[in-house]
Design a protein around this ligand. Sequence first.
Ligand code: GLU
Length: 493
Amino acid sequence: MTDVRVRFPPSPTGYLHIGGARTALYNWLFAKKHNGKLILRIEDTDADRSTQESIDGIIEGLNWLGITWDEGPYFQTEFADEHVACAQKLLDEGKAYKCFCSKEELEEKRELAQAEKKDYQYNGPCRNLSTEEVAEKEAGGLPYVIRFKTPKMDGVVDFDDKVLGNVARTYDDIEDFVIVRSNGKPLYLLCNVVDDIRDRISHVIRGQDHLGNTARQILIYRALGAEVPEFAHMPLTLDLKKAKISKRSHGEIVAVQFYKANGFLPWALCNFLVLLGWSTSDDQEIFSREELIDCFTLERINHSNSIFNYRKDDPKFFTDPKAISINEHYLRTVPIEEIYLLVKSDLQEQGLWSDDYDGDKKEWFLHTIDLIRSRFHTIKDFAVLGRAYFDDDYEFEEKAVRKNILKHEGLKEWFPVLADRFAALPEYNKDTAEEAIRGYATELEIKPGVLINGARTILTGRLAGPGMFDVLEVLGQERVARRLRDVAKLYDV
Ligand code: GLU
């Protein structure tokens, strides 16, 4: 394969959404796999809609996802002169022409065609103006656009799409399209090709929403005497009702930022995104970064659209359940050092952080987050479901209180006694704590489960969690004794 050079060229008109992030990811994977280069190009020619906030958001989102680029960011506006020069070159070589038809004239023709139920296509009255006629109109101050002169010939413009196979469009079907507006600004179709030529792009990997542009862009490559790159058009991502996902209809749920703010691990989101439109023959779901780079191919990108499975009406899931399950997988299995900083920063935000966790209590802290993560879904859960480990002010699950505390009146007396026994232990650890709890249950002639489950609820607020003797050890002698003594408060409500 020739030197692989791919690009991610977002228009900075909104946040980085999961569709854009997936495009970036596929390009990144392809570049990495082939020791190629990924170029980040901000297509900011639409001055009215491009914003600095969006540029910052896109860069922040890519950084967070770990999608690195080798060149750029380049800004399309910096190459405006080159775009204009290329349009001029096409004019000079007779491959484009000035069109003076007014908007009103064209609109009338379009309406006429619609009334006759015909597809409208510019039929080129300006295509064959003589040099004198053009000069005369220009001298008269008539505004004009520049149109590409599509060769009038039989046959098709075609290309072998890496995903879709051969894609063809007849010349007849391609009108003389506008490449420069009447205000002198070149349009996307031209700028994008000029930039791809300058950036020596070998593969254009983008969404199927651009499939309609490709034949016209191929004509521009040819007219500029440039080599045409390979193309790969990826399926779109739709919602369950088959509508294209968008900020307007889906809100923040489709923004990469949403996943960052809601405690996703960046690689978990990448892993989820790659499966939105690509799969291995055995439908493997979990991939390390290296594994994915190794097995990613354009040929295995799906032809059909992928579904973002999000049910607004199901409060149990705040996004696609698969995204959550992939996040759970990583949250529970990656080396603890990989999530430590994320947990730290969230606890800091929630006011639950203590500098000791980076000092004397660091070992305790790492051990604790390792212990409690087993049932968590996102980084956010450490501060919410795991709050009792970092603060005395935590909530009690109603069901847990009902089942594990209120059903057992005796706990009101037993827990203060158990507290004294724990406090009196010369050496307090999970083994001695277990011995104490089991010994006391035998004395009381009750099942140890009554004390163990009750302790879980009073000590952590929860119905379920990690092994209770580990929990007793991690919470520590003083906290355990103090919380057990306070059991009466749960009967008062
Ligand atoms: N700026 C275009 C977009 O964001 C780029 C399309 C392309 O990849 O050619 O859709």
